[in-house]
Write a protein that binds this ligand. Structure first.
Ligand SMILES: *[C@@H]1O[C@H](CO)[C@@H](O)[C@H](O)[C@H]1NC(C)=O
Ligand SMILES: *[C@@H]1O[C@H](CO)[C@@H](O)[C@H](O)[C@H]1NC(C)=O
Length: 456
């Protein structure tokens, strides 16, 4: 009997599907939860509700400054593409309002002339068009936005460079942004902002990868194991974010690009490049586990922040009272659902500890996170920058919530006084949209599981 099970496992794990997902099952480290429970909970219950909420006006408009200079190095003038020799494009040259919605109107002639650089510009450009009606409403909203105590870097919303972006017009998907510039972003995040000493090489680092001996991976993971649970969590969150972004790019890959249509869809081979255990020296399944870990952390934050949104003074203000009220109900319903998820973290092990130590840890993590959000201003591709900023801000907000448990619990008692905890509109929008991305990724894994199963 045992033998049959083992043989069966070996068989499944040898397939393409197995090499991505075989180890992505069962319990997650540092948590009493298992992958299958998360899949069921997310795909059947949470995801559809969240998706509807994020399509509402309150959540689809995000105010962001995409024009901040990179504070760390001279940003490339090659629009993030290696083979971009024809026309170098500095960020200032990239027209703000390149309309991705007008792509299909390009004539065949014009399309032929687009070199790869321009193509990447188009794909990476952010559509900032808004209807006049929306513009007017937004003026009202900004007056309504609450003052907030800031945890991670948020753009100055009053800066003339900050503008509203319609997230539904600018989906996160393949943009052609890769190569050394994209690599540099993630490399500086992992190497300089994850508490890791330079001497410990991370697995698959190009400078350290000698035919996959596995020695470096072992050194790395034993270093990671020696970290306190919060710093270990921090690394896994960053890795989970990276995985989520890659799941999206593989799920909304540009499959066809000609003058009469663009077709976006699943690219299984791209997915395997990033997550197949054979092709990634065993890293792929770990990356996917980190994605689930990130899901749980953000879910935990949503469960914890419920009292903030329950305050009668909180509104999802867009100026249409009836609709705003309905959306708020929907939001509370989602947060109650998050609360009902049975397998949360062991509270005593994460973000707890004695008060002085916790304060120090909070500050360390806050600073590291702040710095990561500044690195996002170095991303050359504007659409990637938009989603990078939104997702780091959302995760930063989730961490702020997890570190503010006591303040949030004190909220109902603090009526009349200065509230003990506050979130700005920008933080609220990024928190839910960032979680929406992770929830979508978990849902996409289901698609990739079946696509891989068909492959063999
Ligand atoms: C912030 O990140 C940059 C780029 O990775 C790095 O050079 C710098 O040392 C970091 N600063 C802090 C305070 O961590
Ligand atoms: C899928 O991605 C791979 C790279 O991983 C690429 O070579 C291939 O052309 C893509 N397939 C399609 C249909 O675009």
């Amino acid at each position: 009997m045992m033998l049959v099970v083992v043989l069966l496992l070996l068989h499944v794990c040898g397939s393409a599907r197995g090499r991505c997902f075989c180890q992505v099952t069962g319990n997650l480290d540092d948590c009493a939860c298992d992958v299958e429970t998360i899949d069921g909970f997310n795909n059947d219950q949470l995801f559809p509700k969240l998706k509807a909420l994020l399509e509402s006006d309150y959540f689809r408009f995000y105010k962001v400054n995409l024009n901040k200079p990179c504070p760390f190095w001279k940003a490339s003038s090659h629009c993030g593409l290696r083979d971009c020799a024809v026309k170098p494009c500095s960020p200032s040259e990239v027209p703000q309002g390149i309309r991705s919605s007008s792509h299909n109107k390009y004539s065949a002639e014009a399309n032929k002339q687009l070199d790869e650089c321009e193509r990447a510009q188009r794909l990476g450009a952010v559509d900032v068009s808004l209807s006049d009606e929306t513009k007017e409403a937004l003026l009202d909203w900004s007056k309504h936005d609450d003052e907030a105590e800031r945890f991670c870097v948020v753009d100055d919303e009053d800066s003339p460079d900050s503008q509203y972006v319609d997230l539904l017009l600018n989906p996160e998907r393949f943009t052609g942004y890769k190569g050394p510039e994209a690599w540099q972003i993630w490399n500086s995040i992992y190497e300089e902002n994850c508490f890791k000493p330079y001497s410990v090489k991370r697995p698959l680092h190009p400078d350290s990868f000698h035919g996959g001996s596995g020695g470096e991976a072992r050194t790395f993971y034993s270093w990671l194991q020696g970290q306190c649970v919060e710093k270990r969590a921090f690394y896994r969150l960053v890795s989970g974010l990276h995985s989520s972004i890659n799941v999206h790019l593989s799920a909304r890959y540009l499959l066809e690009d000609n003058w009469f249509q663009k077709k976006w869809g699943h690219n299984v081979s791209e997915f395997r490049q990033r997550f197949d255990s054979d092709l990634t020296a065993g890293e792929g399944p770990k990356r996917l586990r980190n994605l689930y870990f990130l899901f749980l952390i953000e879910l935990r934050a949503l469960a914890k922040v419920l009292p903030f949104f329950q305050q009668p003074s909180f509104h999802l203000y867009t100026g249409r009272a009836e609709e705003d009220e309905k959306q708020k109900e929907q939001l509370l319903h989602i947060l109650q659902l998050a609360r009902s998820f049975p397998l949360h973290f062991d509270e005593t092990s994460l973000f707890a500890g004695d008060e002085k130590e916790a304060a120090k840890l909070r500050e360390d993590i806050r600073l590291a996170f702040l710095n990561i959000s500044r690195i996002m201003d170095c991303v050359d591709c504007f659409k990637c920058r938009l989603w990078g900023k939104l997702q780091t801000q959302g995760l930063g907000t989730a961490l702020k919530i997890l570190f503010s448990e006591r303040q949030i619990e004190a909220l109902p008692l603090s009526s009349g006084q200065r509230p003990s905890f506050q979130l700005s509109r920008q933080e609220v929008v990024s928190l839910f949209n960032a979680f929406g991305r992770i929830s979508t990724s978990v849902r996409e894994l289901k698609n990739f599981r079946s696509l891989l199963a068909e492959e063999r």
